[in-house]
Design a binder for this molecule. Sequence first.
Ligand SMILES: [Zn+2]
Length: 116
Amino acid sequence: MRRPRRQRASLIERAAHVAQRYNGDLRAHAIGAIAIRRDGTLVYARNGSSRMPEPEAHAECRVLRKAGWGAEIFVARMRKDGSIGLAKPCEYCQAALLVMGASVWYSDDEGSVVRL
Ligand SMILES: [Zn+2]
């Protein structure tokens, strides 16, 4: 089932706020991710500390571990000015997402929602 555009935009906005909620200290890379599991429940993750090994600390990988196979995943960046920015998953995360059968949407530079 394909989600309506407005619902995708709203999920991207929520993902951006997941990043913001934990990043009041204006971190450089405030990325948040929301996954809708196959049973319909939601799980959330944000980027880990920069001291953690990359890219296991990336929000997409962290949410993927909670979500399991076949989830729908929304990834967004919250900029310091509160706008939504580019959150395209890196190649490592893309491979992990693919292997786990995820369908992925992310925010582009204009804050629009793009399918991976
Ligand atoms: Zn990554």
